[in-house]
Ligand binder design. Structure first.
Ligand code: GLC
Length: 467
């Protein structure tokens, strides 16, 4: 990799580490309500079955698209204000250039649906402070501070989700780059400024104090919950041991959400100390993490729009994203894949192409993903991945055996009832043989063209289990 991606990967890893260290565990996922475990399970059922969602990072940072004053900015996506040390007064000019006339909520949601995604999560406000909806709590919003006169994107996306059968989620960060480099005024901020960090010391400061920032966040969280009643509230930006955003603030926000949208599913980054699910970012663990969780990462290296994302050195192959979905499902989690739309309101053509290719696979093979549990065995097979549901184990084959060689089956209590290709409508049985106490499937025909061919193994009422 060239210097830029390496720098970005470094940044990404730093964030990932930060979150791994500071994210409270959600082993005890009961929210601070009178909800029982059974009620909690029921409320989360749709989300656990959904397995695959679309993350959308969209804001005025898509206008500079990773460049400031003609120079590429290290880390220049939605963090460009911070990474480029852009003065507040300059950054606040961006909304005037933001006019996404090509935005069409239906197109986005259909692209997600066709990729096999079951929900979306859209950034309502990122750390730059700009609200992408008509906020009553702050004039610094899409309708009051830009030329855009189209529909409210959040309302339009929620309606499109309803129409196409997806669930709707809102991302919100209480953090504010406009008050300090790291969001809330911290000791480190003073040091950073003393060491030459410029932007928060230049230009008008929109807030007198951190308390104002918290007040704004509370007001916006409440108005978002009431106006859109989202299915998911996805928090971010509270990692700094929350600075002035305390656990009490988080609980107050949670109460506002539960009052307006009682079934809403909330991630652990809100900072209440309990959560419906944990966010894992950047790197999938080798073994299933505890609790209910979701893995999120980008298509490419940037969250917010940056055309460099789509240069082939920065983006992986469609197979990689299919494998990430498979791997995540085999570990028992959900996968939230991010796309950052451009300032006109369109997904990059390469993103559309990738989503289409992922969709070709999920349409044919979705049975081994949605509503399944992860690998029932302690280890994954060398040739690929396993998922399961009662009576069935799915063998998701990445490395096909050499011609004429059998595929070693995971350790089973007894002989499987039958095995067949998941996509074979006639379920023509594949030969299952036993050699030295182990079971093998003999694949027939040529090596499949498609990556990640799935064999369904019917185990009757038996579950796969280590011998
Ligand atoms: C990290 C990034 C942030 C992004 C988030 C998504 O927090 O800093 O920009 O929105 O990851 O998980």
């Amino acid at each position: 990799m060239k210097y830029l991606p390496r720098a970005l990967v470094g940044l990404a890893l730093l964030f990932a580490t930060l979150f791994t260290i500071t994210s409270p565990a959600a082993d005890a996922p009961i929210p601070a309500t009178s909800e029982t475990l059974a009620q909690h399970d029921t409320r989360l059922q749709w989300w656990r079955e959904a397995r695959f969602g679309l993350f959308i990072h969209w804001g005025v940072y898509s206008v500079p698209a990773g460049q400031w004053q003609g120079k590429p900015i290290w880390g220049g996506g939605e963090w460009i204000m911070n990474c480029g040390q852009i003065p507040v007064a300059d950054y606040q000019q961006l909304p005037a250039q933001f006019n996404p006339v090509k935005f069409n909520a239906d197109d986005w949601v259909k692209a997600a649906r066709d990729a096999g995604m079951k929900y979306i999560v859209i950034t309502a406000k990122h750390h730059d402070g700009f609200a992408m909806y008509p906020s009553k709590a702050s004039k610094y919003n899409l309708m009051d501070w830009s030329q855009y006169r189209g529909p409210d994107p959040l309302a339009a996306l929620k309606a499109a989700c309803k129409k196409h059968g997806l669930l709707f989620g809102i991302y919100y960060s209480p953090l504010e780059f406009r008050i300090s480099p790291n969001g809330f005024g911290r000791k480190e901020d003073a040091e950073a400024i003393a060491n030459g960090f410029r932007y928060s010391s230049l230009g008008p400061k929109p807030y007198a104090s951190n308390a104002d920032v918290v007040k704004l966040a509370q007001a916006q969280i409440k108005e978002l919950a009431e106006a859109y009643q989202p299915d998911i509230f996805w928090f971010d930006g509270t990692w700094d041991q929350m600075g002035n955003w305390t656990e009490d603030d988080a609980r107050q926000a949670e109460r506002a959400i539960r009052t307006a949208a009682p079934n809403c599913v909330i991630n652990n980054r809100l900072g209440t100390g309990h959560a419906d699910f944990n966010t894992i970012e950047g790197k999938l663990p080798a073994h299933p993490p505890a609790g209910v969780w979701e893995y999120c990462w980008n298509l490419g290296v940037f969250w917010g729009y940056n055309p460099r994302n789509y240069e082939l050195k920065n983006v992986n192959t469609p197979e990689h994203y299919i494998e990430t979905l498979v791997k995540t499902a085999s570990l028992g989690g959900n996968y939230l894949l991010n796309v950052g739309p451009d300032p006109t309101g369109k997904f990059h053509p390469l993103a559309v192409d990738y989503l289409t290719k992922i969709g070709q696979w999920t349409r044919a093979n979705g049975e081994c993903i949605y509503g399944t549990s992860g690998n029932p065995l302690p280890e994954k097979p060398d040739w690929g991945y396993l998922t399961c549901r009662p009576g069935k184990v799915y063998l998701i084959v990445k490395d096909w055996p050499a011609e004429g060689k059998p595929l070693p089956l995971p350790a089973l209590k007894s002989q499987p009832v039958r095995a067949y290709f998941l996509t074979d409508a006639e379920k023509i049985p594949l030969k299952v043989i036993k050699q030295e106490n182990a079971w093998f499937v003999m694949p027939t025909g040529n090596k499949p063209e498609q990556p990640f061919t799935v064999i369904t193994l019917e185990t009757g009422d038996l579950q796969a289990a280590a011998n």
